[in-house]
Design a protein around this ligand. Structure first.
Ligand code: FAD
Length: 287
C-alpha cells in the first residue's frame, strides 16, 4: 500500500518543528525514523496533510550526562545508538539488553527513542524502560518546555499526554540500580513481544534495598508492579517472595486476547517473565 499524499517540510531545529505543528492544528505529524508512522500512513490509519521531518536536527541526537548526574538521551537517538553506547551500557545495562529485542537490525538502525515514546505502543520496549527507570520526558510546545514523568506520559494504547503541538526533545534518566533482568516472549525473533518484564535490584548487606518491576505487552500501557516492589525490599529473594512477586505481576496486568495469544496465556507469561527477570537481577546483585 502507498501512503496518502502529503506535504513535506524538513525542520532544522525543534522550534521550527513546533511552529509547523502549531500552524497545522492537528493535521501535521512529525516523522523521525518513520518505522511506525509510515506503516500507519500506508494502512491509511492517518492522513496528515504535512510531514515534518525531524531526523536531521542535531540537538535531538545528544547523549550526555547532566549536572544532576542524570543521563539525557535526545529523542532522535536511534535504538542502534543505544546498543553501541559504552557509557549507557555501563550505567543502564538493561537498555542494551532490551534493544536487542526491538524489531530487526534495519528497524533499529532508523527507529528512534522519541518515536517509540510518542507512538506509545504498550508492547514496545522503550515505554516500559522509561517507566522502569523513573524517566522524565522533556517536551517542547508553543507554550514552552515541560518535563513529564514517565508514569504520567502513557495514557493508553498509542495514546500519550503529548499535546498536538509538542515535540519530545529528550528522555532524562536518573541514576538507577544496575543489577537487571529482562525477559520477553515473542512468537518470532523481531516480533513485538506477547509479554515481557524488566527488573532492577539494588542490595545492601545482602538484602534488597530497592526493587523495580515493570511489564510490557500486558495492558493498554506499560505497567509498574509497585506492590511487589515494596514487599521485596529488606529481604533476600527467596521462593516465597519470588512467587508473591509473580502473582502480583499477574494481578497487575490486563492484557487483551488477539490473534497472537489469549489474555490467559499472556497473564501466565507475566508471571514467568517476572520470575526469570528477578532471578537474573538477584544473581547479579549478590555477585
Ligand atoms: C516490523 C516492525 C517491527 C517492530 N518491532 C518493534 C519491537 O519489537 N519493539 C519496539 O519497541 N518497536 C518495534 N517497532 C517500532 C520501531 O521501534 C519504531 O522505530 C518506533 O516505534 C518509532 O520510532 P521512529 O523513530 O521510527 O518513529 P516514527 O515512525 O517516525 O514516528 C512514530 C510516531 O512518533 C511521532 N514522533 C516521532 N518522533 C517524535 C518526537 N521527537 N516527538 C514527538 N513525536 C514524535 C510521530 O509523529 C509518529 O506519530 C517495529 C516496527 C516495525 C515496522
Amino acid at each position: 500500500m502507498k501512503p496518502p499524499p502529503f506535504e513535506y517540510f524538513r525542520a532544522s531545529n525543534p522550534e521550527e518543528a513546533v511552529a509547523a505543528l502549531g500552524a497545522h492544528g492537528g493535521n501535521a505529524k512529525l516523522i523521525a525514523g518513520g518505522q511506525s508512522l509510515m506503516p500507519m500512513l500506508n494502512f491509511r490509519l492517518l492522513e496528515p496533510e504535512l510531514l515534518i521531518d525531524i531526523s536531521k536536527i542535531a540537538s535531538l541526537k545528544r547523549i550526555e550526562k547532566g549536572s544532576s548526574g542524570r543521563w539525557v538521551i535526545g529523542a532522535g537517538v536511534r535504538h542502534r545508538d543505544i546498543l553501541v553506547s559504552e557509557v549507557l551500557g555501563n550505567s543502564y545495562p538493561i537498555l542494551r539488553a532490551a534493544m536487542t529485542h526491538v524489531a530487526h537490525v534495519a528497524i533499529r538502525n532508523r527507529g528512534t527513542i522519541g518515536g517509540s515514546l510518542a507512538h506509545g505502543d504498550p508492547a514496545a520496549e522503550w515505554p516500559m524502560l522509561a517507566l522502569l527507570l523513573d524517566a522524565e520526558i522533556e517536551v517542547l510546545g508553543r507554550s514552552g518546555q515541560r518535563m513529564i514523568e514517565a508514569k504520567d506520559f502513557f495514557l493508553g494504547a498509542l495514546h500519550t499526554s503529548l499535546s498536538e503541538d509538542e515535540i519530545i526533545l529528550a528522555i532524562h534518566l536518573p541514576p538507577a540500580p544496575v543489577a537487571w533482568g529482562f525477559f520477553e516472549t515473542a512468537r518470532r525473533a523481531g516480533d513485538f513481544a506477547l509479554a515481557g518484564a524488566g527488573v532492577l535490584l539494588e542490595t545492601q548487606n545482602g538484602k534488597i534495598s530497592e526493587a523495580r518491576i515493570a511489564l510490557l505487552g500486558l495492558g493498554e500501557t506499560p505497567i509498574r508492579v509497585y506492590d511487589a516492589e515494596a514487599k521485596l525490599e529488606g529481604e533476600n529473594l527467596n521462593s516465597t517472595n519470588r512467587a508473591a512477586a509473580m502473582e502480583a505481576a499477574k494481578a497487575a496486568c490486563q492484557p487483551m486476547t488477539d490473534l497472537h495469544a489469549s489474555a490467559e496465556f499472556r497473564v501466565h507469561l507475566a508471571g514467568i517473565m517476572t520470575g526469570r527477570s528477578l532471578d537474573a537481577a538477584w544473581g547479579q546483585a549478590i555477585c
